[in-house]
Write a protein that binds this ligand. Structure first.
Ligand SMILES: *Cc1c(COP(=O)(O)O)cnc(C)c1O
Length: 439
């Protein structure tokens, strides 16, 4: 669905009043089969459209974490390692594997996304040591680019980083990627869904283009896992990393995951040689020997408290099913775009996400020259209306994250009407340009 289709819908809806949009939202909520899942989360007074940065707290997580702290840690102490904890990373990995279309023995859970990215990028560049080009794009999340810059500065001094630019700051064509790839390319690394515009690459197509030139591909799934269907095996993916605290609702700073295709596992070596990736960590021998499976990407002791907190969110997601969630996310984002075009474009907003749903993840960026202040006014209302929490990405993107597990159509409707009011009444003018530490 591109701009033309939206234009047609809007032509047909010219007579749609705000009240009509509200009725439409209520109707869509009434027919939403996934609506009951909202009850499985802690829900406050606010409208939360930031599930793409920090997902909501599943109620069950409170129970699991409390039990773990009080009983497993408090009473059973170190005995809990054998009773519960040593198997926990694999149990969580198997659930993530289902969500990203991989085999359980292809996923490692632990460390942060940045660290996992470092380990895999290092390993891939080392494996492809007769090639010196690394490719990424200007829409990628900065941490990935910083890691690559650091690797080149510190370890791979003869390598070069090629950053493909976006013409519109929204998307990058497959052709641009194809042109950048050559026989000297060691590694291509991209965010599958990019963090600002939500542009979504065609994973399979990009993998095929890279493989034709003999390049390896490392995907960052932080804005994809739990947001869009991902099928790493079917798409012939080599490597991936991703976050669990965004759409997977794992909690602040929850352990990340990484994926390595089975036949690549033996060839890639973790640059951090630590005991949890040793063949026999509890033999305490003095010589390092990496284990021969995905566990070779482990480092130290698993973060048990935060690992345990991931599981409930994954269970909810598996129960709801990614296909149904995607269907709802598409319906909600299309509804959002439709109201934005009707009510906000006349006020100077533009949509900075792809209108074609096949090229889009589960958040929508809208831009306004007063974007930062409008975002602050949404969060801190003075007229008694509920606080609405989006997030802001410079220079002027307000990101509206849609998490179909708990967001309603009515929340989307209310958000757009509230933004309209903030701009019309110039309520945003009470804020200055100084930014909060976490925007
Ligand atoms: C959120 C995000 C990260 C976060 O990395 P951390 O190491 O968890 O801080 C990395 N990459 C992308 C694409 C992200 O969206």
């Amino acid at each position: 669905m591109g701009r033309k289709n939206f234009t047609r819908i809007i032509e047909e809806n010219k007579a749609m009043t705000i009240e009509d949009f509200k009725q439409k939202a209520l109707e869509l909520d009434k027919n939403d089969k996934l609506a009951p899942f909202r009850n499985q989360f802690e829900i406050g007074e606010e409208i939360y459209l930031d599930g793409n940065s920090l997902g909501r707290l599943p109620k069950k997580t409170i129970e699991i974490s409390t039990n773990l702290i009080k009983n497993q840690w408090g009473k059973r102490l170190i005995r809990s390692w054998n009773e519960h904890w040593i198997e926990l990373p694999n149990k969580v990995a198997a659930k993530i594997a289902q969500i990203v279309g991989a085999r359980p023995d292809e996923i490692f859970v632990g460390d942060s996304t940045s660290i996992n990215f470092y380990k895999l990028a290092f390993a891939a560049i080392s494996l492809q040591n007769n090639r010196s080009k690394i490719i990424t794009d200007s829409l990628n999340f900065p941490t990935d680019i910083y890691v690559l810059q650091g690797l080149i500065e510190q370890h791979f001094k003869n390598h070069s980083l090629s950053i493909i630019k976006s013409n519109d700051e929204i998307s990058i064509s497959d052709e641009a990627i194809e042109q950048a790839l050559d026989e000297n390319t060691a590694l291509l690394t991209l965010s599958h869904v990019v963090f600002k515009s939500a542009y979504q690459y065609n994973m399979q197509k990009i993998n095929n283009l890279a493989h034709k030139k003999g390049a390896l591909v490392l995907w960052d799934l932080s804005h994809s896992a739990g947001a869009v269907p991902v099928n790493l095996n079917e798409s012939d993916a080599d490597m991936a990393v991703g976050c669990t605290y965004k759409y997977l609702n794992g909690g602040p700073g929850a352990p990340a995951f990484l994926y390595v295709r089975r036949d690549l596992q033996e060839k890639l070596l973790n640059p951090i040689w630590a005991w949890f990736s040793h063949e026999k960590p509890f033999d305490f021998t003095l010589d390092y020997k990496a284990i021969n499976d995905v566990q070779r990407f482990a480092t130290g002791t698993p973060s048990v408290l935060s690992l345990a907190a991931i599981e409930a969110g994954l269970d909810i997601m598996l129960e709801a099913g990614m296909e149904g969630l995607r269907e709802k996310s598409i319906a909600q984002s299309n509804f959002l775009i439709e109201i934005v075009i009707n009510l906000l474009e006349p006020l100077g907003f533009t949509i900075a996400s792809p209108l074609n749903v096949n090229e889009r993840g589960s958040h929508i960026s809208i831009q306004h020259q007063e974007g930062y202040k409008i975002n602050r006014a949404m969060i801190e209302p003075i007229d008694g209306s509920p606080s609405i929490i989006p997030d802001f990405r410079p220079p002027n993107n307000i990101r509206l994250g849609i998490a179909p597990l708990y967001n309603t159509f009515e929340e989307i409707f209310q958000t757009i009407v509230r933004i309209k009011k903030i701009v019309e009444t110039k309520e945003f003018e009470r804020f200055g340009d100084e930014k909060l530490t976490v925007v």
